[in-house]
Design a protein. Structure first.
Length: 198
């Protein structure tokens, strides 16, 4: 049987407290300040939330989706939480859930009617399913293209300007990361900003 003296116990406690304080300072103070400093020095735009400003007013972030109800703008992907960043999240409905099926059918019908498309139009999946975060700022180029006729009609674009709108979607389309991660996508907020400048 090993018996520890009070001196040994106090020494162990003292070492434990010192290790705790050292790692608290290292990981709780020095490391966060170092990472924050590097981020601010080399990636200030991204470190500050990729915020977009117009006329000295913040209108959104490249990273967070927004709702665009006005028919003169491109519509965003649906959100299960109303595009609220706190808390973000999806509906967590499973594929066999009746509510998810009803949402799918309603969103499909709404997209077709809102954009005056033929009833047999194959609506891109991101326009009928909300993203897992509820904040996805992107849609596919195909989803954007299906909205062009509606926007051109409401804004009374001439055929040449409507063609520029198609070119705008192509210009702002982002390729999969590293050439193979994800799908081609378009940031809806950036698209709508450029749309207003046409």
């Amino acid at each position: 049987m090993i018996v520890f003296s009070n001196t040994t116990n106090m020494k162990t406690i003292s070492i434990s407290i010192r290790i705790f304080l050292v790692f608290t300072i290292l990981t709780g103070v020095i490391y966060p300040f170092l990472v924050t400093g590097i981020a601010q020095a080399f990636f200030p735009y991204q470190a500050n939330g990729s915020l977009i400003t117009e006329n000295k007013r913040t209108i959104g972030s490249e990273l967070i989706g927004q709702q665009f109800d006005n028919a003169a703008y491109f519509s965003s992907r649906p959100s299960a939480n109303g595009y609220q960043p706190l808390p973000s999240g999806g509906s967590n409905y499973g594929l066999t859930n009746a509510r998810l099926k009803a949402q799918f059918i309603d969103r499909d019908k709404h997209f077709i009617q809102f954009n005056h498309l033929p009833e047999n139009t194959n609506v891109p999946s991101e326009m009928v399913f909300a993203s897992a975060s509820g904040l996805d700022p992107h849609i596919s180029p195909r989803a954007a293209e299906l909205q062009i006729d509606r926007i051109a009609k409401i804004r009374r674009f001439r055929p040449d300007k409507k063609q520029k709108l198609k070119q705008l979607v192509e210009k702002l389309s982002e390729k999969p990361q590293l050439g193979f991660l994800g799908e081609s996508r378009v940031n809806v907020l950036l698209l709508n900003i450029e749309l207003d400048q046409l």
